[in-house]
Design a protein around this ligand. Structure first.
Ligand code: CP
Length: 334
């Protein structure tokens, strides 16, 4: 077990060794059991932190806010549009001031080409941990909760086939940060990862290269395909989810909600939907996962997301327990 976490930033799970990720999972499970038994967990008593959001959130905001209260602290929600950021205040000044006021800063900023740079700049100047609540490249809290969920359901994940599958959506042009974090993390647990998407929705080359290096090191595999049927065939876990074609996008416009997403190129891919017919080609005990929110009846049929193979609510619940574990380790550990 690795136990030196205090004061570190949490921006990308690649910054943590596998042993450290294992420790995060162990602490998450311990906190989950205590939550179920009503055992108080006042590990961060009287601490304060700031939750900065440039975009909307249901799970991330509330898992952090409720989770931090359950640890004995107070988390203040900050909508970036009502901060002096709206008048151009820099990441440096914001980070220095907020880190003098409290014990950690967490931030969601998904703007393509800007989000990760903004968080990295904050991390350079903040005297307290910076936590990534999703940027344009990574969503470490989501990937950690997904890993915890798969471990709870299956146990040892070695040689388990998990398929990360692009899916059609009209709700908004979603960031690539969820599939990027998953394709980097899952091979570290020896999983056979299949990444399937139509041409034009590639993840960056350096992500695939790093994912394959992780697979090589830990005994998993990474296959990239534009064949959706190959991804479903015999899969133990499927994660069909939309992401935008950001990689060649030079606009840098907001990822969440501000972009007209439905064009002819996208519409041509509307058959990339998770259906019951596709699910029957997977393993008989296949599990359906989605980070949520799902674009129902575009990304997935209701009968799948509401059906017996779906574990989306267990997955979402684990956002709470993993968030509490990371906050406890970074803010309360030694
Ligand atoms: N999965 C996830 O990050 O959900 P929110 O956008 O609601 O936070």
């Amino acid at each position: 077990m690795q136990s030196i976490f205090r004061g570190r930033h949490f921006i990308n799970l690649e910054d943590f060794t596998k042993e450290e990720v294992d420790t995060m999972l162990e602490v998450s499970l311990d906190l989950k059991k205590k939550f179920a038994m009503g055992v108080p967990t006042p590990y961060l008593l009287h601490q304060s932190m700031f939750l900065m959001f440039f975009e909307q959130s249901t799970r991330t905001r509330n898992s952090m806010e409720a989770g931090f209260a359950q640890l004995g602290g107070h988390a203040g929600f900050l909508d970036s549009s009502s901060m002096q950021i709206a008048h151009g205040e820099s990441a440096k000044d914001t980070a220095i001031i907020l880190s003098r006021f409290g014990h950690a800063i967490a931030c969601r900023y998904c703007n393509w080409g800007y989000g990760n740079k903004y968080l990295t700049e904050m991390a350079k100047w903040s005297s307290k941990p910076i936590m990534n609540l999703q940027c344009d490249l990574y969503h470490p809290f989501q990937a950690l909760a997904d890993l915890m969920t798969m471990r709870e359901k299956i146990g040892d994940l070695k040689r388990v086939k998990v398929s990360i599958i692009w899916a059609y959506a009209e709700s908004h042009k979603k960031p690539i940060s969820v599939p990027v974090s998953q394709v980097l993390l899952f091979p570290r647990y020896g999983m056979d990862v299949v990444l399937a998407h139509p041409q034009g929705w590639e993840l960056p080359d350096w992500v695939i290269a790093q994912a394959k290096a992780n697979a090589e090191k830990y005994g998993g595999s990474v296959t990239v395909t534009d064949n959706e049927a190959e991804a479903y065939a015999g899969a133990h876990i499927v994660i069909p989810k939309n992401w935008g074609n950001w990689v060649n996008d030079q606009t840098g416009v907001a990822a969440a909600g501000a972009v007209a997403v439905v064009d002819d190129k996208l519409k041509a891919q509307r058959f990339w939907k998770c259906t019951e017919a596709k699910m029957v080609t997977a393993d008989k005990n296949v599990m359906y996962m989605h980070a949520l929110p799902a674009d129902r009846n575009n990304e997935v049929e209701d009968s799948v997301i509401d059906g017996p193979h779906s574990i989306v609510y267990d997955e979402a619940e684990n956002r709470l327990h993993t968030a509490k574990a990371v906050m406890t380790l970074l803010m309360g550990g030694r």
